[in-house]
Design a protein. Structure first.
Length: 544
């Protein structure tokens, strides 16, 4: 993405500042003691057992001191992978154009030692400070018993990966000034969930907008598909301008909504156009779960299952369906929440109360009513564009509804089994129901790169109206009513919870629409759909 640095590392320009418990009085230039003396009790008896505080302190001191002195090879010998660590340390110092750095260790916490780096980065006639925090972990060598720094690229910088390097130089692609659909600037500082999105937009479209390159320090990902990350701007260029479909107000609401949870994601789409209005994740700035997550969507999938049932003539909203507490399918028993049942209910009742057994029993075991294990995927693809390739402008995960057999078929009807979706995929389910036809979500205009959009058949009128009716009843008098209470009409929703192996609590899913905005959210281990994900979606819809 950018050209490399031209400044060579200057020898003794690093320093370690004593700080934290157990680090007083470091003598950087003469204090490198090595790890052998503390690692073994004799030549033939490697030390075993938990590391002592003294061992952790000593090897951390030696590693940081050697790194600070510019002695990359020596620093590498204090790690458990010197073959990898040595070149990485050398590349870090030279490639980044670092001419001075001060490393300040903090108090050790068990075998972890935090530290801060304040580095001066120089390129041609400009210099700036790059400051950040990282940490190292000390482990015992498997064969030697020595205390060693566990090597990882994050020791050098918390955002480095195995194939990435730190670089300083002239950017080959100009910086990007991204705007929302009304011209409001979208900065990563104000909208942190957009940071990885903006990096990708710069990599993909930076050369297509007017701008001039500046001088930067960045993390070179080493991959054509993973965007580089700018860490420091030494000299600004002229940014190119790119308009996106994001709505700044909806994005702000989405950012605040997910912050209430440790792991959550939300996406919002305009049903009448497919324009993506918001993408937010907690934690922000990392993996883009809202666009790239691939998780079981739970009962939000009943939007598709209900469509399949209506398509095949199995039931319409007013059709009577059975909702027993449990139902068997090929050796496996499926239950409703707390084994509730509905007496003399309809498909609409089963939908609004999210009765699992009704959606399984009405279809029956494989082939009993002519419904193959491919039927759900066919419906998802035909009307909702799920399983087709979505080219939204940045990387995204395409929803998957694979063919199933045995009990997996029943599980798929309630959004379990092998089905995977992202928040964007599920938001599009609601958008399609509201609009009556699928429009592929997109983040940047199609004309920028003339990319093809996924297409699907419009929903038959009776099915579209049936979905909207059932989703409205769910939002007004069903499992979504509490979360959607303050959301303006016309509105509709569907709750969901997805069981994940190993988790005591289900993931919370929720999708809904209000006016011309649809959204979906997932909260990891958030419980029932309306309990947590519903609050996220409601806040986003109210901002639309």
């Amino acid at each position: 993405m950018r050209s490399g640095a031209k400044v060579a590392i200057v020898g003794s320009v690093f320093a370690v500042v004593a700080g934290g418990v157990g680090y007083g009085g470091w003598n950087l230039w003469n204090g490198v003691t090595g790890g052998d003396s503390t690692g073994t009790t004799s030549a033939n008896a490697p030390k075993t057992g938990p590391l002592t505080a003294e061992e952790t302190t000593a090897v951390a001191k030696d590693f940081l001191a050697a790194w600070a002195a510019g002695e990359s090879d020596q620093a590498a010998q204090y790690t458990n992978d010197p073959v990898t660590a040595g070149p990485a340390l050398t590349a870090f110092q030279g490639g980044a154009g670092i001419t001075r750095a001060v490393i300040t260790p903090g108090p050790p916490a068990g075998t972890k030692v935090p530290f801060t780096v304040r580095a001066t980065v120089s390129y041609e006639d400009v210099s700036k400070e790059l400051a950040y925090s990282s940490q190292l972990t000390v482990v015992r060598g498997l064969s030697t018993g020595r205390p060693l720094v566990k090597w990882a690229p994050t020791v050098l910088h918390p955002r480095l990966t195995a194939n990435a390097t730190l670089r300083t130089g002239t950017a080959k692609t100009a910086a990007l000034k991204a705007l929302d659909h009304e011209g409001v600037e979208l900065s990563p500082e104000k909208y942190p969930s957009l940071a990885p999105v903006l990096d990708t937009l710069r990599q993909r479209y930076g050369s297509q907008v007017d701008g001039t390159s500046g001088i930067e320090t960045w993390i070179d990902s080493g991959s054509e598909t993973v965007p580089d990350t700018t860490l420091l701007v030494l000299r600004k260029g002229k940014p190119g301008v790119l308009r996106t479909t994001i709505d700044a107000d909806v994005q702000a609401a989405a950012e605040k909504a997910v912050q209430a949870y440790g792991q959550a994601a939300v996406a919002a789409v305009e049903p009448s156009t497919g324009a993506i209005r918001a993408v937010a994740n907690s934690p922000a700035g990392g993996f883009n779960t809202a666009l790239q997550g691939a998780q079981a969507p739970g009962s939000t999938m009943k939007i598709v299952t209900a469509t399949m049932m209506m398509e095949h003539g199995l039931a319409m909203p007013d059709s009577k369906v059975e909702c027993p507490p449990s139902v068997p399918w090929d050796g496996r028993t499926f239950h409703n929440l707390d084994d509730f049942k509905i007496d003399d209910g309809t498909l609409s009742d089963a939908f609004r109360r999210s009765c699992n057994t009704a959606f399984i029993k009405a279809i029956g075991p494989l082939n009993e009513k002519g419904i193959e294990g491919t039927a759900l995927g066919d419906t998802a693809s035909r009307y909702f564009g799920i399983g087709k390739e979505w080219k939204i402008g940045v990387p995204s995960a395409d929803g998957s509804v694979p063919a199933s057999e045995s009990a997996e078929t029943a599980a798929s009807y309630i959004g379990q089994g092998k089905i995977t979706m992202s928040a964007l995929n599920v938001a599009s389910l609601s958008a399609t129901a509201k609009n009556g036809a699928f429009l592929q979500p997109y983040l940047v205009a199609r004309k920028l790169d003339d990319r093809p959009f996924a297409e699907a058949d419009p929903l038959p009128t009776r099915i579209a109206s049936g979905l909207r009716r059932m989703m409205r009843e769910t939002a007004v008098n069903g499992t979504a009513a509490q979360a959607m209470a303050g959301v303006p009409s016309p509105k509709g929703a569907k709750t969901g919870s997805a069981e994940v192996d190993g988790n005591a609590t289900s993931n919370s899913w929720f999708t809904g629409y209000s006016g011309d905005l649809a959204a979906a959210a997932v909260v990891q281990e958030g419980g029932h759909g309306g309990d947590s994900a519903g609050k996220v979606v409601a806040r986003v819809l109210k901002a639309g």
